[in-house]
Design a protein. Sequence first.
Length: 468
Amino acid sequence: MTEQEHHSTKPEDRVSLIQRLGIGVGGFPAFTGGLCVQTLAQPIFQIVMGLNPVLFGVAMTIPRLLDAFTDPLIGRWSDRSASRFGRRRPFIFVGSIVMAITFALIWFASPSWGNVALFLWLTTTSILFYLAYAIFVVPLTSLTYEVTPDYHERTRFMAFWATFSMIAGLVMNFYAPAAQWEGFGSPVIGTRWVALGISVVVFAGLGIIPAMVAKERFGTRRSSDTEIGFIEAIRQAVSSKPLLLLIAVIFALNFCGTIAGSLAQYVVIYHVLDGDIKAGIALNALNGVCYSIIGFITIPLTAWIGTRIGKRRTVQLALVLSSLGGIGKWVLVTPSHPYLLLFDSLLSGPLWATIGVLIPSMMADLCDYDELEHGERREGVIGAVFAWITKVGLSFTFLFSGLVLQFSGFDQSIKLQSPHTITIMRLFFAGASFAAPIFAIICLHYYSITEARAYEIRSLLERRRGVL
């Protein structure tokens, strides 16, 4: 069978609408928790409070380095759990509540503090928040991988997950501008109120829903009756060639994409709008809205194309388009026509919706591959290893972006930056957006789990341990 030939999804493999919505809504707090600290902290801690860009980058990096220990431990703990409430749901419930509490704490720093105090507060509170986030998101992500055994139904389900994530991304564009509202008295106070709303509505409110309504496919069943040690489980996971290839793809896209996103604020504010911070934040938010609109259009299209030409080829098509967007960033982001940058979303926007649907679907296929190789269901460990490496890439981008700003000669105390500074920021902004998709296309060329191989793996697993 070639990658263009198709299997039909069995009725018993379909995920009900209630489960699609009940688990899929978790994509909203999962997406928000992954990016909201950086999204709000950069304009408040770095631009408003004046925290050194390098110290800000270090503060964003340290918590994600600690995830190297917490994420796999939580994933393994979840895999090996066998409570009457399921393997994943207790973690999701507790994590959502603790996330809400710790997120609100981050924003009580004072503008009167010096660099050291601001750095220590941001680092400490971020560590607490990301620990709670790991307790929530690692088991939740594992739950999405195991919701159905069918290759195509995984893509259809992940379209729901990606839709809620895209809604979260759309709403996130308004958090920083909302905190600037003059009615709050100051951006610092405004951020505290916005963060409180996020804590109550998003993390505690929406985050708890999957824990209440999800039906776990493996229920109270342990990952296996074998006793593969924790270190050995990690070693086996990171030795998987398909997993390493997906990690390379997402690491590159997250690293370079977030560098571009981080520098975009500075390019728009200081290149396009001559240092107007408030107008720059608003224009970046509008650009984010355009990305979200393109994403909403792309999600159902991705699900449709992915079930016809294959997941790998669909992602590669989006990567080609995004690489063209990297070239376009040099032309479209210009002070002579500020709103021309909104057209960037037509080239670069489809990629993020595509990987939001298909990379998790491919990860679910990979979990079957891992069970066939090693005899365990360990979505938690695999998801944690994947998430940690990609999160580290995400965190290092803020450190790297800070170094780029230092190298460029950026001076936050002046409104008009030098031509040299602007050129350096633009080169990294456009260059990162072009290089990452090219690298990802090459990696995906060697990814081997096609539709035919996925159904073959499923057949072998069901022959070995029965239908689940």
